[in-house]
Design a protein around this ligand. Structure first.
Ligand SMILES: [Fe+2]
Length: 341
């Protein structure tokens, strides 16, 4: 509590104001009072006097306590307001507290005013402490999120260094997958999980010999069998990390197909996470639309045609529809795209 408490009294009766001031001063010796009785004076003193607390009469000929309360909250939600009234029924008392009053005192019980002011100032310091903690928590979360994104970026860079054929692929898949997730109505938090899984989705390639990853010619059956292990390898690396999203599952399932023809497990669509169904479409569309050193780009039209032809067999129909709509409406392109979160 400040050494000297500035108390703005809203009271039309000077005698009542003096009585209230005496009662407050009995409990709190160092108080500075100012009295107003109109809305204009109240608004002016809120700025000029900068009170620590407002004590307002409930009904006055030219102003009223509920309006004083609303104006106080609008200016500073942390400014305590005590309503003081000649009589107050229970409904009025409840209405005052619901509107945000810190306390109310009936004039007959004016002796309680000093302790009510002390209690209100105690509440104010608790609010300030809670607000400070919330600010610190938000800052900490921001720093944690930035360091998580930094770590995820480092990992994806390592994967792409080993597999230069797909440089930029994971970031571009992430941009598209996040936009599809948001367009499908997933929450921003869920969409962020899809984005992070997409940035990491080919992490398991670190376990594949780089001669196979960078082989410009057609892979043998055994080599392709090794490549098909990468979703599982990625899952193994990530499965014990406590992300707030099922990142390891999404990485594991990004080459599954809803008719069960995918790999590594050939899961049916009913066993595949909705987020993984987004990731698999974004992965295929980006891969087909991008240039590779061993082939030129098939183009976005061919990519969209492929996923559309396989809508409901390989790919989730809603995901395909959303992805196609994003490109057709020109709501999405990789040029200049940045992550939404
Ligand atoms: Fe992959």
């Amino acid at each position: 509590m400040p050494e000297s408490l500035r108390i703005l009294m809203v009271e039309d009766m000077p005698a009542d104001a003096e009585l209230a001031q005496r009662e407050i001063s009995r409990e709190i010796p160092h108080c500075e009072f100012r009295r107003v009785e109109t809305k204009d004076d109240f608004l002016r003193e809120l700025e000029a006097f900068r009170p620590d607390i407002v004590v307002s009469d409930y009904s006055m000929p030219r102003f009223d306590g509920m309006t004083a309360l609303r104006l106080s909250i609008a200016r500073d939600p942390m400014l305590p307001v005590i309503l003081l009234t000649g009589s107050m029924n229970e409904d009025t008392a409840v209405a005052c507290m619901k509107a945000g009053a810190t306390d109310y005192v009936i004039k007959e019980h004016a002796k309680r005013l000093g302790s009510a002011v002390l209690g209100a100032m105690e509440k104010k310091s608790l609010w300030a402490e809670a607000a400070r903690r919330e600010r610190e928590r938000t800052e900490l979360l921001g720093r944690l999120r930035a360091s998580l994104n930094g770590t995820v970026h480092i990992i994806s860079t390592i994967v792409e260094k080993r597999d230069p054929y797909t440089a930029g692929h994971q970031q571009r898949v992430a941009l598209l997958a996040e936009r599809i997730a948001l367009a499908m109505g997933l929450s921003p938090e869920q969409a962020e999980g899809v984005r992070i899984a997409a940035v990491l989705h080919d992490l398991g390639k670190v376990a594949i010999p780089s001669e196979i990853l960078s082989k410009p010619s057609t892979l043998t059956r055994n080599e392709f069998a090794l490549i098909k292990q990468h979703p599982f390898e990625g899952y193994e690396i990530l499965k014990d990390t406590d992300f707030p999203w099922p990142i390891a599952r999404m990485v594991l399932e990004h080459h599954e197909r809803i008719d069960g023809s995918g790999y590594p497990d050939g899961k049916p669509g009913t066993d595949i996470l909705p987020e993984s169904k987004i990731l698999m479409v974004a992965d295929v569309v980006e891969a087909m639309a991008s240039h590779r050193p061993y082939r030129s780009s098939l183009g976005i039209d061919a990519a969209l045609e492929f996923v559309s032809e396989n809508r409901g067999t390989l790919f989730d129909p809603e995901v395909v529809n959303t992805c196609v709509a994003l490109f057709r409406s020109r709501d999405f392109s990789w040029e200049g795209a940045t992550p939404a979160s």
